[in-house]
Design a protein around this ligand. Structure first.
Ligand SMILES: [Zn+2]
Length: 173
């Protein structure tokens, strides 16, 4: 039977493709566009927890990225022009959502804002200040981006994801 080894190879290929499953998702149109937004924190933050959407909407996952801030109380800025779509508390977390147009919305938490629904904001404008708690002791902001109702990787709007995915594979062992 030649199918034995062949099947093994196929299974291996499938297994190898599995962990890289995030890569094909990055090929969706919004993610292949040139990143043109600003980071919502300055200086450029470290990503302490990546985008990890659940395979089904009702499952748990991480529908955004966690960015390390210099300190609690740090200024959070709008990554792009938009209009404030929501300011309020969701469960126990202060949240601000900015509608950037084109079906794209950014949400930040835990962020306390003095802005109101309907306020226009410009790229780089402060939209609130970071409150503690999302990453335990580490000051961090959770940034989620939705296109319509679908959560997409916010990093696609601020950096070219393809080199950051490919570089480790091309490096020496
Ligand atoms: Zn988070």
């Amino acid at each position: 039977m030649k199918s034995g080894p062949l099947l093994t190879v196929l299974v291996l290929v499938t297994a190898l493709a599995g962990p890289a499953g995030a890569a094909p998702a990055a090929q969706t149109p919004e993610n292949t566009a040139r990143p043109s937004w600003n980071w919502p924190l300055s200086p450029k933050p470290v990503v302490v927890r990546p985008f990890d959407p659940p395979p089904e909407p009702w499952l748990s996952g991480h529908r955004g990225v966690d960015l390390q801030a210099t300190a609690d109380g740090a200024s959070v800025t709008s990554p792009a022009d938009g209009v404030v779509a929501f300011v309020g508390v969701v469960v126990d977390r202060p949240v601000i959502t900015v509608d950037h147009g084109g079906g794209l919305r950014s949400s930040f938490e835990p962020v306390r804002s003095r802005l109101h629904q309907g306020d226009p904001v410009t790229k780089g404008q402060e939209i609130g200040v970071l409150e503690p708690g999302h990453c335990g002791q580490l000051p961090c902001v959770h940034w989620g981006v939705r296109r319509g109702e679908e959560y997409v990787d916010p990093l696609a709007f601020v950096m070219d994801l393809r080199p950051s995915i490919l570089l480790p594979l091309e490096g020496p062992p």
